[in-house]
Design a binder for this molecule. Structure first.
Ligand code: NAD
Length: 292
């Protein structure tokens, strides 16, 4: 069913594991690897083979998928010891982590004699990773993008080609800037409204039926913040990293974007105060404390 005989899936975390499992369920031969031993153990019972080393996973792969915390980690993993050379010559590296486009272009240049790189970061969170309905934004040359399309379609309900290598990663950082600004707005809306005497539920219900609706009011505030579960599965440090990528992109392009700078600063302060590994919806605790 696919041109690929062996997909090496590197990074079996909150997002990577359900994605790897969906590919296996879709008929792809997947061999996974994670540097964290408990993650390898957790992956063992879900339809994918699990390698005990990176090189074992990469050996003879004709497609490598990376779903790691950031592009520097991807570079370290694949370029360190030249592990990428284990894959078949001409294999596609599908970089699905939320990485900086500059890092992606450096990586693509370093591996170009052996691998073709497509960046394909995702949006939709753990829930949509599990049910195979992610949104994917893609950068890369047309031939390589065409070749990976069956893989992407197995994971997504929407795939958007954005331009050359790095374009998907640029788009992802832009998305998370808007998403992260939306979380701040939703949390501060509740702080403001409840201080006036409105109920939090009423505020969210009215926003969701009005022009103030955003992704945070729709799928985060009641579900993870007001319920106190803080279980979105997306870490605060990852959100801060993504918005930082957008801020750096603006700097590189000579743009002074006041809202982006402010949004990035607030997420960085929250990550420092609460901890990078906390769920990103816990920024509500930081903002609520700040507001008092
Ligand atoms: P995660 O921390 O749950 O998973 C990352 C995994 O990578 C971990 O299991 C870790 O052990 C592994 N890892 C780290 N370094 C490694 C290495 N050198 N070799 C092999 N494995 C290594 O993170 P996640 O939430 O799954 O996010 C992964 C990527 O997807 C990030 O770039 C993130 O920004 C992005 N993302 C996450 C979400 C979400 O809702 N969680 C949504 C969209 C995009």
């Amino acid at each position: 069913m696919t041109e690929f005989n062996r997909i090496a899936f590197i990074g079996l975390g909150q997002m990577g594991l359900p994605m790897a499992r969906n590919l296996a369920a879709g008929g792809f031969a997947v061999i996974g690897f994670d540097a964290f031993e408990p993650a390898r153990q957790a992956a063992g019972d879900g339809g994918i083979k699990v390698a005990s080393s990176l090189n074992e996973a990469l050996a003879d792969a004709d497609c490598i998928i990376t779903m790691l915390p950031n592009g520097k980690i991807v570079q370290d993993a694949l370029l360190g010891g030249e592990a990428f050379l284990e894959a078949q010559p001409g294999a596609v590296l599908l970089e699905m982590s939320s990485s900086a486009p500059t890092d992606t272009r450096v990586l693509a240049g370093r591996v170009s004699a052996h691998l073709r790189v497509v960046d394909a970061p995702v949006s939709g969170g753990v829930k949509r990773a599990i049910n195979g309905s992610l949104t994917i934004m893609v950068g890369g040359d047309t031939d390589a993008v065409t070749q990976v399309m069956p893989v992407l379609n197995c994971l997504a309900s929407g795939v958007f080609t954005c331009g050359p290598v790095g374009a998907g990663h640029a788009m992802k950082s832009i998305n998370n800037f808007v998403s992260g600004a939306g979380v701040i707005a939703a949390v501060e809306a509740v702080a403001l409204g409840t201080a006036f005497g409105l109920s939090a539920d009423t505020i969210i219900d009215v926003l969701n039926a009005s022009s103030g609706k955003n992704n945070a009011t729709d799928v985060k505030m009641k579900q993870f913040v007001l319920s106190g579960t803080f279980a979105s599965g997306f870490a605060l440090g990852l959100m801060a990293k993504d918005i930082g990528i957008a801020a750096e992109l603006a700097d590189n392009l000579g743009l002074n974007l006041a809202g982006l700078k402010q949004t990035s600063a607030v997420w960085n302060e929250a990550a420092e105060a609460i901890g990078k590994s906390a769920d990103h919806t816990r920024i509500s605790e930081f903002l609520t404390k700040l507001s008092a």
